[in-house]
Design a protein around this ligand. Structure first.
Ligand SMILES: Cc1ncc(COP(=O)(O)O)c(C=O)c1O
Length: 366
């Protein structure tokens, strides 16, 4: 019998699925650990906004109905926040959906995308799934996007430039001067994707908000998510801001009800919950300061981060990851991102951070 693999493009058959952070329940099943700490997926450790939870509860009785396929209220509110009209907003079931749809639209065999090495794993996956190829450009100093080199890598067949700012898994940012130089150089046939999943965490005064550069001269897609600071990763909601032409194309190829009804009401409520966002920023800033201090004390090199996670060099990253698992602490191994000596640690609640440090200290002392 013919194999299904023979009916798809060979690079697609050769793909491996995205490897997410290990779920808490899986660790409990595998190792019987009572209360694991998960610091593996850059989630909000405070939980969702209570207002979002209340909104979800009151929408439950309507689950027999399809969602609003146009995400009308959601797009209206996001548009208002960014001072654009709603036809500039594409509502998505998580920002990963946007990445996949962009690749589906703009990439095909013979075309390519460019991005930094050590960037979000979905950029190559989405590109390959669409039948294209990619160029992963060497990082500056091993950790930072080199936008000049990324611009150099663009050729006539490049259609997408994926930029993570802050980048996952390094937590590094590129600054305004680099970004502006990049914009001036990128040819018209390239869609610039500014993936700003961690936008709200950044405090650097030179951090560029890519929305300010949607000037109609270049094709820029700004991506934001409700999975991180808004604490709604489990619901799957994110969005893109782009010119109406790109939004229209994205709408042409998405599934008709891509944002669930619960996600729509929850996001509307979470956007109003300023207190939850402020608390999240505080917990993150304090946690980051604590972790940096402890890593210094333990002599563990780390990459200064602008987001809610931190890349640390621990020796054999996979071995340290496994040993931490056995102590009930889930972090993210980084060999798949080209950092076999690192693990990425999400900032947790104070008690979770303490458990991580204690476990790490024991593991590294062995
Ligand atoms: C850089 C980056 N972009 C996008 C995402 C996807 O977020 P979501 O699909 O949950 O919106 C993540 C999640 O970890 C990320 O780190």
């Amino acid at each position: 019998m013919i194999k299904a693999d023979d009916l798809v493009l060979p690079p697609v058959a050769a793909l491996n699925p995205y490897e997410p952070g290990k779920p808490i329940e899986e660790l409990q099943r595998e190792l019987g650990i009572g209360e694991p700490v998960k610091l593996a997926s850059n989630e909000n450790p405070l939980g969702p906004s209570p207002r979002a939870v209340a909104a979800i509860k009151s929408a439950l009785a309507e689950l027999n109905r399809y969602p609003d396929g146009a995400s009308y209220e959601l797009r209206r509110k996001i548009a208002e926040r960014h001072r654009v009209t709603p036809d500039h907003i594409f509502a998505a079931g998580g920002s990963v959906e946007v990445l996949n749809l962009l690749a589906f639209l703009f990439i095909r065999p013979g075309l390519n995308s460019v991005f930094s090495e050590h960037a979000f794993a979905i950029y190559p996956l989405a590109t390959l799934a669409a039948g294209g190829s990619y160029k992963a450009v060497p990082a500056r100093g091993g950790y930072e996007h080199d936008l000049d080199a990324i611009a150099d890598a663009i050729d006539v067949n490049t259609r997408l430039a994926f930029l993570g700012n802050p980048n996952n898994p390094t937590g590094t940012i590129y600054r305004r001067a680099q970004w502006r130089r990049f914009l001036a150089r990128v040819p018209e046939h390239v869609v610039i994707v500014a993936d700003e999943a961690y936008f709200e965490f950044v405090r650097d005064p030179e951090y560029p908000n890519s929305l300010e550069d949607h000037d109609g001269r270049r094709l820029i897609v700004t991506m934001r998510t409700f999975s991180k600071i808004f604490g709604l990763a489990g619901l799957r909601a994110g969005y893109a801001v782009a010119n109406p032409g790109i939004v229209r194309l994205l709408n042409n190829v998405r599934q008709p009800f891509n944002v669930t009804s619960l996600a729509q009401v929850a996001v509307l409520a979470a956007m109003e919950d300023r207190a939850h966002i402020e608390r999240t920023l505080e917990v993150n800033a304090q946690g980051m300061t604590y972790l940096e201090g402890e890593f210094r004390r333990l002599g563990i090199p780390f990459v200064p981060s602008h987001a809610n996670f931190i890349l640390t060099e621990v020796g054999d990253g996979r071995a340290v990851y496994d040993a931490l698992l056995r102590k009930g602490v889930i972090v993210r191994p980084m060999d798949g991102y080209g950092y076999p000596r690192h693990v990425r640690i999400s900032v947790g609640l104070p008690e979770e951070n303490r458990r991580l440090v204690e476990a790490l200290e024991q593991v590294l002392a062995r």
